[in-house]
Design a protein around this ligand. Structure first.
Ligand code: ACO
Length: 402
């Protein structure tokens, strides 16, 4: 493939592939997807096994370093992350500069971008110990930044990390706890969030990961590249879909809960009306992550919130769509985000924050891809070509003659 690409480039031919539907932009050993068979594996391990048996911190290690950690490796990795959870005090001032009702995604991406200014000692993309330090700093500090973004949005005081806690527990405490008040982490909530993070941890060359690779291909540092990935994830067709699903379900409930008429509006392609949480560029059978979430949604929602009316609307919507020709013909199935918003809601997060949770889950995947890209001898600066459709050459006319 690489040789053919080089040959075509030398002949001047350009492949026109809007949306990169059929373009392999990288070779990668991290994640395998078979979209027709509904298969997803991280480093060869089926997502179903990781979801059942692993933890997010272990999956992060697996994605970044290629193997499941031994007990000693996991303890060392966890310890290093725990030692880096604190933020520089000056970053607090940074948070107070945003308007109170700011969306937490741009707040998070700005804060991650700002890490380049605070950690100038770990910016060289080719210095392995420094890349390792940036990796640990990101894994440790992004949950703290995310919790600060939450606290900022609700006007509550910030909490320092408690490094006796695990990554997910610490994040929950910093988000929902109060200074000087004990906070008991509900193990069911921590387990649910850990599972969702595992399911989001990587998905090969999706829009945000491709962005991280593209920015990194210019040899921009890891913080700058991850910040760009967070901005790509913000869009409603990508990570923003989890919040858009909730808005859609609430809209249907407000309109009296008529699922069939909403589906008709989708089929009639009314402007701006899509079945959010449905469809995927690669999965044309089912999204295995959605299957795992659906199986656990009832259990989690029952345990945490005692049931949810919006879950009934979601199920009715799914049932209607799955038996409808429009969706069958186009191979549109629920994707990972169809049910996650409902779970995040039950865990107590506001809708605006759902995409931040996606970013926390995707972080190890972005880092793994950036590191793979920077060490790949085939990497070149990403620089697509175009098919020019503008004017042919023409002469400049002075202002008085136009
Ligand atoms: N609702 C209604 N129709 C849809 C939907 C949908 N959710 N998704 C695709 N279609 C239709 C398109 O209108 C198109 O119809 P046409 O052939 O009559 O023109 C056909 O299905 C093919 O769709 P494309 O847009 O070409 O598919 P693409 O691969 O480019 O897009 C995407 C994939 C962006 C995920 C799309 O399905 C979508 O917008 N879904 C809703 C948003 C969403 O849930 N995003 C989350 C994706 S998963 C993730 O990022 C974690």
């Amino acid at each position: 493939g690489i040789e053919l690409g080089k040959l075509l480039a030398s002949t001047g031919y350009i492949t026109y592939d809007p949306g990169f539907v059929n373009t392999g932009a990288a070779s990668s050993a991290i994640t395998y997807i078979d979209g027709d068979a509904g298969i997803l594996r991280y480093r060869g391990y089926p997502i179903e096994q990781l979801a059942e048996k692993s933890t997010f911190i272990e999956v992060s290690y697996l994605l970044i370093y290629g193997e499941l950690p031994t007990e000693a490796q996991l303890a060392d990795f966890t310890g290093r992350i725990q030692r880096h959870t604190l933020l520089h005090e000056d970053l607090k001032a940074f948070f107070s500069g945003f308007p109170r009702d700011a969306h937490p995604m741009p707040v998070l991406s700005s804060a991650v971008s700002a890490l380049s200014t605070f950690y100038q000692d770990s910016l060289n993309p080719f210095d392995e110990p420094n890349v390792e330090l940036s990796t640990i700093r990101l894994l440790a500090k992004v949950p703290t930044l995310a919790a600060y973004a939450y606290k900022k949005s609700v006007g509550q005081p910030l909490l320092y990390p408690d490094n006796s806690l695990g990554l997910v527990e610490n994040f929950l405490r910093m988000t929902f706890g109060f200074p000087a008040e004990p906070y008991e982490v509900d193990p069911a909530v921590a387990k649910a969030l850990d599972l969702l993070f595992i399911l989001h941890a990587d998905h090969e060359q999706n829009c945000s990961t491709s962005t991280v690779r593209l920015v990194g291909s210019s040899e921009a540092n890891l913080f700058a590249s991850i910040s760009a990935g967070i901005n790509a994830l913000f869009g409603p067709l990508h990570g923003g879909a989890n919040a858009a699903v909730l808005d859609m379900l609430e809209g249907i409930r407000t309109d009296g809960g008529d699922v069939a008429s909403f589906v008709n509006r989708v089929k009639n392609k009314e402007k701006g009306v899509k079945l959010m949480g449905f469809g995927h560029r690669v999965y044309k059978n089912y999204d295995p992550r959605a299957k795992i979430i659906k199986n656990t949604a009832d259990e989690i929602l029952g345990k945490i919130s005692g049931g949810d009316q919006l879950l009934d609307i979601a199920k009715a919507l799914e049932e209607t769509a799955l038996s409808d020709e429009y969706f069958i013909e186009r191979k549109l199935y629920p994707n990972v985000d169809f049910y996650t918003g409902l779970i995040y809601r039950a865990l107590g997060f506001p809708t605006k924050f759902y995409t931040v949770l996606f970013a926390l889950g995707r972080l190890p995947g972005w880092i793994a891809h950036w590191r793979e890209m920077i060490n790949d001898p085939q990497t070149k600066i990403g620089r697509p070509r175009q098919i020019y459709t503008g004017h042919a050459a023409r002469d400049y006319r002075p202002l008085s003659e136009r």
